[in-house]
Design a protein around this ligand. Structure first.
Ligand code: AHG
Ligand code: MN
Ligand code: MN
Length: 326
């Protein structure tokens, strides 16, 4: 089934309305344009080059961060999206005042991978506008209408879910037809897992619950987990997320003691929230250590949070370490 077919079926089943469907379709067109650029990286220009600019968070922007955002804005401007919330913009970009949907995006996730030909992606979240987009930018993820992400890698993929119902669906961009084609049935996080994803280079900066979690995990079969794990870290949340939806496991990006990371590294509105909706709808969990990500009310657009997501048993074990530390 094509993405268009899936969107039509979702609308017919009452899982999504026409505005949501047309916005997802326009994001897919933007993703195809980003994919086109990614495949020509270093032929057209080095898209991993720093532009000299910085985003609202102080991250140095790469050429592809800026180009990806431009393509998304261009495509969304042709829909009736009410506003765009983006990692690359200080504030909300107001679009159609009559629009019913606010779109939050991380236009290019995994920027450090652009120049080294490793999977990168785009993350998106749809929120209701309630007639005044500017006043509705800070909503808990529980209010999301839809969420998903694209990955640009050996395959270009899309994962999508509507809060109104239906599957967490995976699609592959077919290089022959140029269409996203559904791959497999409903995605659900496999329960039985032996993989974790964390950047352990920061171990020395971690807080005690994380260190304790790692100690237990690394004891393998002889420790409380009674199994040996494998570690994977792609440095693109989307690529780790796609793997977890296929193969299970847990992703961890804790808060740590590095300046600026005391409340985490990843952003709530356009990274953690969409992942949170996908995980919960796929039978997994996403938490900040203690609370479900989807229950957090953002205090600002670029708020950072600790993020742990994946298979329920693994996330609960991590949660136990944080709860027992209180
Ligand atoms: P972004 O490129 O949008 O800033 O996000 C990158 C994020 C995330 O995708 C990834 O898991 C993490 O940063 C990698 O962080 P480290 O470089 O600290 O490992
Ligand atoms: Mn990101
Ligand atoms: Mn980004």
């Amino acid at each position: 089934m094509s993405l268009q077919g899936f969107l039509s079926a979702s609308a017919a089943a009452g899982h999504a309305d026409d505005d949501q469907v047309s916005i997802i379709a326009s994001l897919a067109e933007a993703a195809k344009s980003i994919d086109h650029l990614v495949r020509r990286n270093s032929i057209v220009a080095d898209l991993g080059t720093e532009t000299g600019g910085a985003n609202a968070d102080g991250d140095h922007q790469k050429a592809l961060d800026v180009k990806a955002e431009g393509l998304i804005l261009e495509h969304l401007s042709a829909t009736n999206a009410a506003a765009l919330l983006s990692e690359e913009q200080d504030d909300a970009v107001l679009l159609d005042p009559d629009g019913s949907v606010i779109v939050a995006v991380d236009p290019l996730d995994g920027s450090s991978n652009i120049s080294v030909n490793v999977t990168i992606g785009t993350i998106f979240s749809l929120l209701p506008s309630h007639g005044d987009a500017a006043a509705n930018t800070l909503q808990a993820g529980r209010h999301q209408l839809a969420a998903g992400f694209f990955t640009y890698g050996p395959q270009t993929t899309l994962v999508l879910t509507f809060a109104g119902g239906g599957d967490v669906a995976g699609f592959i961009l077919c290089p022959d037809s140029g269409e996203f084609i559904r791959s497999g049935g409903a995605l659900s996080v496999p329960a039985d897992t032996k993989e974790f994803a964390v950047n352990s280079a920061y171990t020395n900066y971690w807080f005690p619950p994380m260190k304790q979690w790692m100690d237990d995990t690394l004891m393998g079969k002889s420790g409380p987990c009674e199994k040996d794990y494998r570690m994977r870290w792609i440095a693109s949340l989307v690529a780790d997320g796609w793997r977890i939806l296929q193969r299970g496991g847990i992703f961890l990006y804790p808060a740590d003691q590095r300046p600026g990371n005391e409340t985490g590294r990843l952003r709530l509105v356009y990274e953690a929230n969409p992942i949170g909706l996908l995980m919960e709808r796929a039978g997994g969990m996403a938490i900040d250590g203690v609370n479900p990500i989807l229950d957090l009310v953002p205090e600002n657009l670029h708020q950072r949070v600790p993020l742990f997501f994946g298979a329920t048993s693994e996330v609960k074990r991590l949660q136990h370490h944080h709860s027992s530390a209180d």
